[in-house]
Design a binder for this molecule. Sequence first.
Ligand code: PBG
Length: 325
Amino acid sequence: MHTIRPRRLRVNGQIRSLIRETRLRVDDLIYPIFLVEGNKVKNEISALPGCYHFSIDMIGKEIEELVKLGINSVILFGVPDKKEELGSEAYKENGIVQKGIREIKKISRDIVVITDVCMCQYTDHGHCGIIENKMVNNDLTLKYLRRIALSHAEAGADMLAPSDMMDGRVGAIREELDQNGFNNISIMSYSAKYASAFYGPFRGVVNSAPQFGDRRTYQMDPSNSDEALRETELDIMEGADIVMVKPALSYLDIIRRIKDNFNVPIAAYNVSGEYAMIKAAAKMGLLEEKSAAIEMLTSIKRAGADIIITYFAKDLARWVMEGNV
Ligand code: PBG
């Protein structure tokens, strides 16, 4: 018997490319953008090197750069000046995200504007909903999520991404949108969102760490996998157009199970801690940033993600343009 030689298909770059199973594409990426109040602000975020806080007047150049790089989708996060118990800055007509949506749409009609629908950046206690007796009250929170969603739709968002993990929020938001004539606005639901330590840098960026307790009464337990299927199934039944797994890296198995069990597009959120780890290790000379980032992003796609939300989007687009991705 002759030796079976899988190495034949690895002898050079061209053959390896011919049989490559997973490819990263720039148009599968969503780039997160952080908006702050004020003027002329473009401040690099120390926890997320290469990412910035932008005031609305500075967003134009960034959008033009994204368009040039071939990145067609952004997800907006607002960092309001004022936070209070009911998070009212989140659903104001002239809130930071609502202004951002209108400004971006003025610059480019084509860029897909997705918004994070949640309360934690807007509440002084830092939880993702309305507090009653030291607990987030689910059904009361739904009323506020409806208002946030509607205000984003009215400002011109293309897609809403509820990240609060309240029960029934996809159905409530879908109903609110449809009742108000926004049946073409889609919902990308953070379906399997885990209570993760990897959100650390993000919470610093938007100043949203909970002031008491933690998020484990609404975000999922990292030990669970069947429950992710149940959450995903519920979101699809309630009307989610795209489902999401978050974080990505420690949850590649969850991405794969959802891919094998459902028939809707899957997004994965390559979260702030996953980005910051590579940046920090590269800075210390421990690994090579580009190869590590490409390997990580490729693993997320190989696991089954159709869409990746990542702070590496601009870097990846540049690497793709230079070739050899
Ligand atoms: C808001 C929200 C969070 C992230 C996205 N939306 C933080 C959280 O739930 O604490 C995390 C994003 C990241 O870490 O990159 N609910």
